[in-house]
Design a protein around this ligand. Structure first.
Ligand SMILES: Cc1cc2nc3c(=O)[nH]c(=O)nc-3n(C[C@H](O)[C@H](O)[C@H](O)COP(=O)(O)OP(=O)(O)OC[C@H]3O[C@@H](n4cnc5c(N)ncnc54)[C@H](O)[C@@H]3O)c2cc1C
Length: 402
């Protein structure tokens, strides 16, 4: 059995683990820090971020874009700004490019630039990686953590848990990090998928692939919970798109959730009625009455859900027209609660400030045990906020390690 002794063992070579290891390597020098990775390579999820472009941070990163443990959120964001993120990556030669809504990408437009930059910088600092490391168990003896696999044991003065969440298992994510932490008495809050498409009771196969701009609002028993504006992508199982992703985390908290989509936000219901009265004279088939306003397939489904497909335009009464206008402004879906992490970008829930000190992210009960990244009870909106938090919390841990 090979035994390696280090000052810091970072469990998980993802966004937060790499940022943490770099900071430790800078502080403690060559061979001080090792990254222990379960998969064959570090950074697999990082490479998939932003559709392979890596939305690395967001200029608007502030607590209102995050959910979960407010104390942890504020503590990390107060000490790690988008400028700090840019400075951190400048050390690796990674340039930033700004896009809409504060989103920032690597100038190269390639997530691999970010991962390569971090890995090469790790190598320069003498931070090593051990991949394919399946942790059997971790024990703490005489102030040292022993991280034990089949043929290697890493002994470390400090251990950092950066194992991420179980979102997107196809990228290798699982719940092993939560389980390892539970052996130290650290228990996450209940977990649920977030930033994911929404499965709905209503399935409109014809709408598959249709995109439309609109406002998506989640209601619980008639009470408005959250609204987001953007492009909605219709699928054969439900709805998707960034605005849908952002409301997805709230569905499991609702007793009677409904999603209403306003497909023509610039028009009031009255204006829309005036328009439809004109269209009633222009078109013959009711299925065509919205053709000039909406995607053809969407237009037909709206009329179909109103139950008017068989009528001609001339047969539509004033109340029929009002119903169509109302449906365009309130195209309603019933979301199905789902525990499926397959398409989730992140996981809501995690380790709270009950267990960790918010300044150093060190465990309150286990000395020299730190936690960063998505394992913590923090999830952000879509747009670079999650990576920003992962990098920031990783760097803060790297600076806190003693
Ligand atoms: C498809 C997709 C696209 C995304 N796009 C964006 C985006 O553009 N911008 C953005 O801000 N966020 C994005 N996110 C979210 C972002 O990727 C995560 O929030 C972020 O990677 C979390 O960082 P982390 O270090 O906590 O975890 P991860 O990056 O997931 O890293 C955890 C690492 O730990 C390893 N590991 C797990 N368990 C063990 C174990 N027991 N032993 C050893 N190693 C272990 C894993 O293999 C992994 O390498 C996206 C997520 C997905 C799934």
């Amino acid at each position: 059995m090979e035994i390696r002794k280090v000052k810091v063992a970072v469990i998980g070579g993802g966004a937060s683990g790499l940022a943490c290891a770099i900071t430790c390597g800078e502080r403690f020098g060559k061979n001080s820090t090792v990254i222990i990775e379960r998969q064959a390579r570090v950074g697999k999820k990082l490479l998939a971020t932003g559709n392979g472009r890596c939305n690395i941070t967001n200029r608007n990163a502030s607590p209102e874009h995050y959910h979960g443990d407010e104390m942890i959120i504020k503590s990390v964001l107060n000490r790690f700004s988008p400028k700090d993120c840019e400075k951190f990556f400048a050390k690796m030669g990674v340039l930033f490019r700004d896009e809409d809504d504060g989103r920032v990408y690597p100038y190269s437009n390639q997530a691999s630039t970010v991962l390569d930059g971090m890995r090469m910088y790790c190598a320069k600092l003498g931070v090593s990686e051990i991949c394919d490391f399946e942790i059997k168990h971790i024990k703490k003896n005489n102030g040292f953590f022993s991280i034990i696999s089949e043929n290697i044991t890493v002994q470390a003065e400090n251990i950092v848990f950066a194992t991420g969440s179980k979102a997107s298992p196809s990228l290798g994510a699982n719940d092993s990090g939560y389980k390892l932490l539970q052996n130290f008495g650290i228990v996450p809050t209940s977990l649920k998928p977030a930033l994911c498409p929404v499965l709905t009771k209503e399935k409109y196969k014809n709408l598959k692939g249709v995109r439309s701009k609109g406002i998506v609002t989640l209601f619980d028993g008639g009470k408005k919970i959250i609204s987001r504006e953007g492009e909605i992508q219709f699928t054969d199982y439900g709805i998707s798109g960034i605005c849908v992703f952002e409301i997805s985390r709230f569905i499991s908290e609702c007793r009677n959730p409904k999603i209403s989509i306003d497909l023509m936000k610039e028009y009031s219901e009255n204006h829309l009625c005036d328009y439809l009265f004109k269209c009633r004279k222009i078109f013959t088939n009711t299925g065509d009455i919205l053709t000039g306003a909406l995607n053809k397939k969407l237009a037909q489904i709206i009329v179909q859900t109103c139950g008017f497909s068989q009528k001609t335009c001339r047969e539509l009464s004033e109340s029929d027209i009002k119903k169509i206008a109302h449906t365009v402004k309130n195209f309603t879906f019933t979301p199905l609660k789902s525990d499926d992490y397959s398409y989730a970008q992140v996981c809501a829930g995690g380790v709270t400030s009950k267990y960790i000190d918010i300044d150093t992210l060190v465990s309150k009960t286990v000395k020299n045990l730190y936690i960063c990244g998505e394992l913590l009870d923090v999830d952000g909106d879509c747009g670079g906020y999650n990576l920003h938090f992962a990098f920031g919390s990783g760097i803060i841990v790297g600076k806190s390690v003693k």
